[in-house]
Design a protein around this ligand. Structure first.
Ligand SMILES: [Zn+2]
Length: 398
């Protein structure tokens, strides 16, 4: 499914937020292979240089589900005490996709993550103000060169090192199993954005031991496992791709279908035995964009108990996006498939600009407000902001 014609039509300009620390770069793919990845705060030689964009519900513990049309908010994976502490402070939040490692590996002189850096989309002080409980922290394993992107194992390892360094320096826990979900404070769950650096299922086993707990099958390039949304023809999951999905689910690695081609996504959903996610994308029916997902994927995602993370990549939302525009995607998905399929995957630190009013993660409550204005109940807003994601993590992790 190619929707390239819809790309590159952004007319908005967020120069105001990029004037401080952000270096505005070419935004989301303009009909080329680039995705939402961007460099921030300058360029470093080497590594990613000229980036663009870079159900088993049966038997699981209760989370947030529709039962007889009524949405139920359980304790998520967070433990009741932690849940109540967060509730007391306001909106709680789980982000299914941030490019923290990419930011540190590609910025010229990034400030430490515990500094509330002006103009930075996400850092620890902002995440804490946002009430963030868990962030799925991406390892982006591609190097850009003059002739295009190529997967790079060393870069993937560098991403892991960033997360372990952050964990050591700032006491942020890296989640390895569902038992960790109840740990106090902000937690990271490490995800690989594209299985291109894996040459076999045995490699997944190694990455699992490194702490990997979520796996994107593809980024914007097709690979031996499956087809992408953006690179060549999507022939669906390969034989090996089926094996990879099954192995990941057996191990307790959350399968992520963001960036996957539609056929590949549907194939993966066919064999899913635990919930999967589309960590950062919006609804194609609301805004036609090749990174957005169609109704068939959303329906099957709902059927396996998975979620889609509403994403802040401007070109996937509308021509001049606002929180209200994003809430339109949410409302469409809720009305057609139920609120239990909704979550949030901002893509902060992987996008050069964010929607007006959502420039950084500490403004996340504006999304909650927009959802309320769009007719979401308080319970539904909580489900979108964290509880649905918590349910999926609890069911997908070992
Ligand atoms: Zn992405």
């Amino acid at each position: 499914m190619r929707r390239d014609a819809a790309l590159g039509s952004q007319s908005f300009n967020f120069a105001t937020i990029s004037s401080a620390n952000f270096t505005a770069t070419a935004e989301v793919a303009r009909g080329d292979r680039r995705g939402e990845k961007v460099n921030k705060g300058g360029r470093r030689a080497g590594y990613v240089q000229r980036a663009g964009e870079k159900a088993e519900r049966r038997g699981g513990p209760p989370g947030v589900r529709c039962r007889g049309g009524r949405l139920q908010t359980g304790g998520g994976g967070l433990g009741r005490a932690a849940h109540h502490r967060r509730r007391a402070r306001g909106v709680m939040f789980i982000d299914l996709h941030e490019d923290i490692a990419h930011y540190f590996l590609t910025s010229l002189s990034p400030q430490p993550f515990d500094v509330d850096a002006e103009g930075r989309q996400s850092d620890l002080p902002k995440l804490r103000r946002a009430g963030a409980d868990l962030v799925v922290a991406a390892v982006f394993p591609f190097v850009n060169s003059y002739s295009g992107w190529s997967p790079n194992l060393q870069l993937a390892l560098e991403g892991f090192k960033v997360y372990y360094s952050l964990s050591d320096a700032h006491g942020v826990k890296i989640v390895e199993g569902r038992g960790d979900l109840a740990a106090p404070g902000l937690k990271l769950l490490v995800s690989l954005e594209g299985a291109d650096v894996l040459s076999s299922v045995d490699d997944l086993r190694l990455f699992f031991r490194l702490g990997l707990r979520a796996l994107g099958l593809t980024w914007n390039l097709g690979n031996k496992w499956g087809g992408s949304c953006c690179g060549g023809r999507d022939r669906g999951l390969s034989e090996e791709g089926y094996g990879l999905v099954e192995a990941a689910q057996r191990m307790g690695v959350l399968v992520d279908l963001a960036h996957a081609g539609e056929r590949t996504a549907l194939d993966a959903l066919d064999v899913a035995r635990r919930p999967v996610v589309v960590s950062h994308a919006n609804a194609a029916a609301v805004h036609n964009h090749r990174r957005n997902v169609g109704d068939e994927v959303l329906k099957r995602l709902r059927d396996v108990g998975g979620v889609i993370g509403l994403t802040f990549i401007p070109s996937t939302i509308s021509a001049d996006p606002t929180p209200r525009d994003l809430a339109k995607h949410a409302r469409y998905i809720r009305d057609k498939f139920g609120a239990e399929v909704l979550a949030v995957g901002t893509d902060y630190l992987g996008i050069s600009t964010a929607p007006r009013g959502l420039e950084s993660v500490d403004k996340i409550s504006r999304l909650a407000e927009a959802l309320r204005e769009a007719g979401f109940s308080r319970e539904e807003v909580e489900a979108v902001m964290w509880a649905n994601a918590a349910r999926v993590l609890r069911e997908a992790l070992p």
